[in-house]
Ligand binder design. Structure first.
Ligand code: 2YP
Length: 262
């Protein structure tokens, strides 16, 4: 087991040694995230086939599928053989990834994280703790996909998908969300941002709402990110704080924080 894997697994084990009452869903989310450390980062895994079907591939992750699988694992009950219930895991992924949990072609997948979050909140899976803790708001832009069809194979040569995607973008565009602007996020975070919370990075890239996502993890009191990193090409814990990640990515403007509640 690699040194960092051992370190983080030890930290999580210590946390889980807390009295059962304190052993929250947050800890289970963190533990599932740590269990995927070093998994290779691979983009576009959901876009390999022409037909839209439920893909369950925890061996090749990007930032979004990493978060989806971790939440789905955390919420799945353990079977008697100490293995997570596979059917529950699959159902959880489908509920997170598709509008109202229904698979109906490419545009039924929740491509913009603004809608992905709305859907999970509506399903009672996530709570937007940013809304109750930060007074700062922004209006998201969601035109990126139809203005960059060359980046999305299922849009590039499919006028019906383009038309459906435009309608989705018009519905989402301008949605007001709470966030923590970069300049107000200290290196050790806030008391209300806890290990296992879901972090989404807001962006000012024209037409895009969210640029990256991961899981909050305090290391030595500093708020870092457990995430599938496209730079490090694997699931890892950031060597720098989330605040420093914001400083290092000029197009990133702040964070939204969501808590797994069921
Ligand atoms: C999403 O991108 C895609 C979904 O189509 C896809 O690109 C968009 C608007 N949506 O189903 C999903 C899973 O592959 O990825 C993500 C992407 O982050 C990448 C994966 C990463 O940092 O690893 C989500 O939207 C989360 O942040 C953004 C980011 N997309 C772009 O920056 C264009």
């Amino acid at each position: 087991m690699k040194a960092n894997h051992l370190f983080f697994s030890t930290v999580c084990a210590l946390m889980l040694a807390l009295p059962v009452g304190a052993q929250t869903l947050n800890n289970e989310v963190l533990l599932q995230g740590v269990s995927l450390l070093d998994t290779p980062y691979v983009g576009g895994v959901l876009d390999r086939e022409d037909t839209e079907e439920l893909i369950l591939n925890t061996d090749e992750l990007d930032c979004t599928t990493f978060v989806e699988y971790v939440i789905a694992l955390a919420l799945a009950p353990m079977k008697e053989n100490n293995i997570k219930d596979e059917m529950a895991f699959a159902n959880n992924v489908q509920k997170l990834r598709y509008r109202d949990g229904q698979i109906n072609g490419y545009t039924s997948r929740l491509h913009y994280m603004t809608e992905w979050a709305q859907n999970a909140i509506k399903a009672g899976i996530l709570e937007d703790v940013t809304a109750t803790n930060s007074q700062y708001t922004m209006q998201v832009q969601t035109t990126y996909m139809t203005s960059h069809p060359n980046l999305y194979r299922q849009l590039a040569n499919n006028s019906e998908n383009m038309q459906q995607m435009r309608a989705i973008e018009q519905r989402l565009n301008g949605t007001e969300v709470h966030y923590v602007p970069q300049k107000y996020l200290p290196n050790d975070g806030f008391q209300w941002i806890q290990d296992g919370d879901i972090i989404m990075f807001t962006t000012d890239t024209p037409g895009l709402d969210i640029a990256h996502m991961g899981i909050a993890f305090h290391v030595n009191g500093k708020l870092t990110l457990l995430h599938a990193s496209s730079k490090e090409k694997k699931v890892t814990v950031s060597k720098v704080t989330i605040t420093k990640m914001l400083e290092d990515n000029p197009r990133w403007t702040g964070i939204r924080v969501l808590k797994v509640i069921k």
